[in-house]
Design a protein around this ligand. Structure first.
Ligand SMILES: NC(=O)c1ccc[n+]([C@@H]2O[C@H](COP(=O)([O-])OP(=O)(O)OC[C@H]3O[C@@H](n4cnc5c(N)ncnc54)[C@H](OP(=O)(O)O)[C@@H]3O)[C@@H](O)[C@H]2O)c1
Length: 321
C-alpha cells in the first residue's frame, strides 16, 4: 500500500479538470483523509483564507493544483488577472505550508513556463534560457515563480517542495465553454455543432502549423500521484506524452472521429501561441517511473464520448474560469 494512504492530503483545485482525476487516483490507492478546498469557501488569493484552510485541514501533504487556467484567447485579454491570481495563490499556499511544517508540497507548473525559443524537445535545463511566448507569459511566469520558491525554501528551510511541468491536457472533463476552452475541446465542439447544423466549414484559430504535445488527463493525474509518492528532488520535471502533433493533425483527427465531413478554415489573424512545443519526458520515467499510456486517438475518442454523453444527459460541459 502507498505511504500516501495514511497521510492527511490537501488537493487544492481538487475539483478541477485535472484535480478530479488526481483525487480519484488517491482514493483508489487508499487515501481516506483527503481535503479539497473549494474556491467559494477558501479563496487562495486571500492569505486569511489560506491560513484558515491549513487550520481546518492540517495537511501533511499538499498537492497544489488550484490556478486560474484558460485557453489563449481569454489570457490575452486578462493578463493582469492571470499573473496576479496565480502568483499569489501559489506563493501564499506554499509559504503557509512551510510555516505549518507540511512534509511535502507538490506544485503543478505548466509548459507555458518554457522560453518561446527553447530548443525542441524542451529539456528541464532550458527552462531559464529566455522569455516565454508573450501571450502566455503572465500565466507561465507567475506559475514558474513557484519553482524559484520551491528551490529557495528547500535550500533555506529544508522544505520538500517538488515541481511538475505538464504538457497541454485534454480528456473527459475538459472545459467545453467556448470562452475558456483549449484547442481540443474547442475543435470537438465546433465539429459536432457544424455536423448537427449542416455547416460546411468550421473556423479554427491560427495557421494549423503550430505543434503541441497533448497529455491525456488521467495520465497526468497518474504522474502527479507517482511524483507525490516517489519524487523528492529540487529539479522541476516535465510530464508529457513525448508526442508532438500539429494543430492541423489534431483538428483532422477530431473531424474524423466526430464524423464531421466539412472543411477546416484556418484563421491566421487569431493567435496560436508559440510555433512548436514538445517535452523531453525522460526524467519523469527515471525519477518516478512515469510513462504516458494513452494514445492520442484513444484519448480523443474518450473525450468526444464524454462530451456527447454529458450533453445527452443535460449535464454541464464547461465552466467560467
Ligand atoms: N489544463 C491544462 O491543459 C493544464 C496544462 C498544464 C498545467 N495545468 C495546471 O494544472 C492545474 C489544474 O488545471 P485545470 O485545467 O484542471 O484547472 P481548472 O479545471 O480550470 O480548475 C481550476 C481550479 O482552481 C481552483 N481555483 C481557481 N481560483 C481559485 C482561488 N482563487 N482559490 C481557490 N481555488 C481556486 C478552482 O477551484 P473551484 O473548482 O473550487 O472553483 C478549480 O478547481 C493548474 O495548476 C494548471 O495550471 C493545466
Amino acid at each position: 500500500m502507498s505511504h500516501l494512504a495514511d497521510k492527511r492530503v490537501v488537493v487544492t483545485g481538487g475539483a478541477s479538470f485535472l484535480g478530479k482525476h488526481v483525487v480519484r487516483k488517491l482514493q483508489e490507492m487508499g487515501c481516506k483523509d483527503l481535503f479539497v478546498p473549494r474556491s467559494a469557501q477558501y479563496d487562495l488569493t486571500r492569505m486569511e483564507d489560506v491560513v484558515r484552510m491549513y487550520e481546518d485541514a492540517r495537511p501533511e501533504i499538499v498537492i497544489h493544483l488550484a490556478a486560474k487556467v484558460s485557453g489563449i484567447g481569454y489570457i490575452k485579454d486578462r493578463p493582469g488577472e492571470f499573473f496576479y491570481d496565480n502568483l499569489v495563490m501559489g506563493t501564499q499556499t506554499m509559504e503557509q505550508g512551510r510555516r505549518c511544517g507540511v512534509e511535502k508540497f507538490v506544485a503543478i507548473i505548466t509548459v507555458c513556463a518554457y522560453p518561446k525559443h527553447a530548443p525542441i524537445p524542451f529539456r528541464e535545463e532550458d527552462l531559464w534560457s529566455g522569455y516565454p511566448e508573450e501571450t502566455n507569459a503572465p500565466y507561465g511566469l507567475a506559475k514558474k515563480m513557484l519553482i524559484v520558491q520551491a528551490q529557495a525554501y528547500r535550500h533555506q528551510y529544508g522544505f520538500n517542495a517538488v515541481c511538475l511541468l505538464p504538457a497541454n491536457l485534454y480528456g473527459p472533463g475538459s472545459n467545453f465553454d467556448p470562452s475558456f476552452s483549449h484547442v481540443v475541446p474547442a475543435v470537438i465542439r465546433k465539429c459536432i455543432e457544424a455536423k448537427e447544423e449542416g455547416h460546411d466549414y468550421i473556423e479554427v484559430w491560427g495557421s494549423g502549423n503550430a505543434s503541441r504535445e497533448f497529455l491525456y488527463v488521467e495520465d497526468c493525474a497518474e504522474a502527479v500521484v507517482l511524483a507525490s509518492e516517489r519524487y523528492n528532488g529540487p529539479e522541476p520535471i516535465n510530464v508529457g506524452s513525448g508526442q508532438e502533433v500539429t494543430i492541423q493533425q489534431v483538428a483532422e483527427a477530431i473531424a474524423g472521429l466526430t464524423g464531421y465531413r466539412g472543411r477546416i478554415r484556418w484563421d491566421p489573424t487569431k493567435p496560436e501561441g508559440e510555433l512548436r512545443r514538445c517535452l523531453d519526458t525522460s526524467k519523469a520515467e527515471i525519477e518516478f517511473g512515469f510513462k504516458a499510456r494513452t494514445p492520442l486517438e484513444l484519448g480523443l475518442e474518450n473525450t468526444i464520448g464524454w462530451y456527447l454523453e454529458q450533453r445527452a444527459q443535460g449535464l454541464p460541459c464547461g465552466h467560467a474560469t
